[in-house]
Each structure stands twice: as C-alpha cells, then as structure tokens.
Design a protein around this ligand. Structure first.
Ligand code: NAD
Length: 398
C-alpha cells in the first residue's frame, strides 16, 4: 500500500517501512564514518532499543564497536494493509544490516517491565552470548504494570507544587500560544516515579546479576534530561524530574551492586531532541525548535545518533568519562553552553507567532518528527507501494 503520514496531535499513526530503513541506514553511516571505537562494548543489551535514544545506542554499539546486540521493545508489527509502528520497521532494518555486517542481533517485542520478558532475554543471553558487557536502559512509557502486584502505574507530565504558565508551540501550525498546566495532585508523583524512575532498571540489573550474565567490567547506563530553567517547572522540578532523581539514586545503588564485578552504572544526561517521547511534553517542543536554530547556526547540532556515538566513544569507553559533580555523564554539554543558552533564553523572551519563523526552526522540528516515522528521507520513493507486513528476522524465526 502507499503509506503517507497521518498526524494526530503529537503522534503519527503511520510509519513508512523503507523510510524507516533509510533512517537506520543514515544512522549507521554516521557511526561508520567515525571509525571503530577502541575498547568498545562487544555484547550489548539495549532495553528500549527500537526508537529514539535506544535505537541510536544499539546502532552506535553495533556499527561503532562491532557489538552483538539484544534489543527489547514494545512495538506493533504491520499487516498487509495496516502499518506497523516505526520501531518495528526500524528493528527489521537494523537486524538486516547487522546480519549483513556479520553481527549477531536478536530482538524481543513485549513488555520490558514484565518478569516474563526479563526471563526470555536472560535465556537468550545465556544461550547465545554467555554474558553481556553493557546494558543500556532507554525506556520511555506512559504506564507500567507492576510485575509483582499487577498494579498499573501511570506517569504524568505536570509541575509540582504550583501551576505553571508559559509559552507553548503548536507544532503543526507554528502558532505560539500560552499554556497553563495544573500541578500534580494525589499520588501523581509516586505514580510517575514508579513508571519513569529507576525501579525497573534495578529489577533488570538484579535479574541479570542473579543469573550470572553480566561480564566483569560491565557498564550500564540510563538516560536523563536537565535543560534550562525556563523548562524546569515542567521537567527538572516536575513529576518527570522527580522520576529522574529516583533514577539517579538507583544509579548509586547499582554502582555498589556492580562493584564485585568491577562494573559501573551511569546516568547520562542527553540533549533535548525530537523523539516520540519528547514531543508529548508541553513547552519542550518550543524550546527544542529555538535550540535547533541556534545549534544549527553554531555548527554544534546533533541528533540521537551523534549523541549516542559520543556517549560511547568519548565518554563511557574513552577512559575519560568526565562525570559532573553529581557523577553524571553530560552529553548535553553543547546544549548547555553559555552562549547557546543565552541566545535561546533571549529568543524565548521575544518569541511569538509573528516572529517564530525567524527565531525558531519549525521546518527542522517538523522534518525531524516526520523522519521518526520514516517520512521525508532522501532516496525513498513515497509514490510506490510499501510492504507494510515485513517482519523482524529474529522474531519471525522464533
Ligand atoms: P522513545 O519514545 O523514542 O523510545 C522509547 C523506547 O521504549 C522504544 O524503544 C519503545 O518501544 C520502548 N518501550 C516503551 N514502553 C515499553 C515497554 N513497556 N516494554 C518494552 N519497551 C518499551 O523515547 P526517547 O526519547 O528515546 O527516550 C528514552 C530515554 O531517554 C528516556 O529515559 C528519556 O527520558 C531520555 N531522554 C530523552 C530526551 C529527549 O529529548 N528525547 C533527552 C534526554 C533524555
């Protein structure tokens, strides 16, 4: 069938198989152009490996370090007349390219929060790899079912304490309006921590440790965001920020648990980028579109693949991870540079619908968003029929 974008608010309900494959191919090319990562990871588990930062982590490990990879994600396969999700097509393409390059790649589609997927993944590590030397935790989800109690936790994106009013971007029309978000109430904070905090990361690492499938010197990393003070009420000091604080305390607990293996746990603070997860956060898309304009002009703009390549190559496996005072890796360093933040801050004050075209990068925001779903990539013929029912090789083979 002919596949075109169908956008509903901040999601796109269609995905283009060949476009997603091209997106993956472009990311692989970026990593390959930078050469091999010396002493990089060789057997890598990526939890949340199908889109955004997790997909780029998997690509950077495989094609930057010749790593065998196992990926875990929650995606929908396509049917002959119905699109699957972008993460499904991304993984189909990734596995094809990895196999062609002589690399092992196996994937699990299911609920990473469940005991069952953890068991299946551990069985695959034991059978196929023996041990893993790197575990990337990159889940972003609106809800989580507790594996022990069956309770369903829901995460919310709200300020804590008081309501928050600020500028907001309609990413379809380019209109800059004002938005007021009411503060968290009831157990919103606890629920958001239960979904996006560190509990499940710790459950994964405990299960992997107990099964004896972590190699000596293992490193694990989970992702966070801090950003500028203008977004703090909705991000850093909001419900999601509370969950990220929890992630940081789990990082410290994991450091102790991994000490016997001479292992290391990290939280890496990454750059604000257009992903399926970030487009759902109020206010942040306006900040991202102002940021893109400044960083593109500055020559320092990066996408998820450049970020994840830099994380592995220049931080985790460089012998010089350059942690900040709180022990976090900062690949948001270029975003947070004074000159970048000063300019973005000035523009934030002045931006309105009338001057947004000049101050912001709506075209860049929109094209990044469409690319997540395989649209707008060069070399892809969008007028011809696509096979929407393509499979992920390792899953079809089960
Ligand atoms: P994303 O939406 O692109 O990716 C989320 C991944 O999680 C996908 O692979 C999806 O399949 C998987 N997933 C979701 N629920 C699952 C479940 N129940 N079981 C298995 N897999 C599941 O998101 P992203 O933006 O790449 O976010 C990844 C991490 O990076 C998050 O912790 C996020 O807070 C962090 N981060 C994002 C940004 C940003 O600007 N996007 C910046 C800094 C940090």
């Amino acid at each position: 069938m002919i596949v075109a974008p169908k956008i509903r608010g901040f999601i796109c309900t269609t995905a283009h198989p060949e476009g997603c494959a091209q997106h993956v191919a472009e990311q692989i090319a970026v990593v390959k152009s930078r050469g091999l990562i010396e002493n990089g990871p060789k057997k890598v588990l990526v939890i949340g490996s199908s889109t955004g930062y997790g997909l780029s982590s998997r690509i950077a490990a495989a094609f930057g370090s010749n790593a065998d990879t196992i990926g875990v994600f929650f995606e929908k396969p396509g049917e002959p007349a119905k699109c699957g999700t972008a993460g499904w097509y991304n993984t189909a393409a990734f596995e094809k390219e990895a196999t062609a390059a002589g690399l092992y790649a196996r994937s699990f589609n299911g609920d990473a929060f469940s005991d069952e997927i953890k068991k299946q993944t551990i069985a695959a590590i034991k059978a196929d790899l023996g041990k893993v030397d790197c575990v990337v935790y990159s889940l972003a989800s609106p809800r989580r079912t507790d594996p022990k109690t069956g309770e369903v936790y829901k995460s919310v994106l709200k300020p804590v304490g008081e309501s928050y009013t600020n500028k907001n971007l309609n990413t379809t029309t380019g209109e800059v309006t004002s938005i007021t978000i009411e503060p968290a109430e009831g157990d919103d904070v606890a629920q958001t921590i239960a979904v996006m905090g560190g509990q499940d990361w710790e459950l994964w690492m405990d299960a992997l440790l107990e099964a004896g499938v972590l190699a000596e010197g293992v490193q694990t990393v989970a992702y966070s965001y801090i950003g500028p003070s203008v977004t703090w009420p909705i991000y850093k000091n909001g419900t999601i920020g509370k969950a990220k604080e929890d992630l940081e305390s789990v990082q410290k607990a994991l450091d102790s648990k991994l000490a016997a293996l001479k292992g290391k746990a990290w939280v890496s603070v990454n750059k604000a980028l257009v992903t399926q997860a970030s487009s759902a956060i109020p206010v942040v898309p306006l900040y991202i579109s102002l940021l893109y304009k400044v960083m593109k002009a500055d020559g320092t703009h990066e996408d998820t693949i450049q970020q994840m390549d830099r994380l592995l190559r220049d931080r985790m496996y460089s012998g010089n991870p350059q942690p900040d005072e709180a022990g976090r890796i900062r690949v948001d360093d270029w975003e947070m540079e004074q000159k970048v933040q000063t300019l973005v801050g000035e523009r934030w004050e002045n931006v309105n619908t009338g001057n947004f075209d000049e101050l912001g990068d709506l075209a860049g925001y929109q094209s990044s968003f469409l690319r997540l779903f395989g649209f707008g990539l060069s070399g892809v013929d969008y007028e011809v029929d696509s096979d929407t029912s393509i499979g992920v090789p390792s899953i079809s083979a089960e």
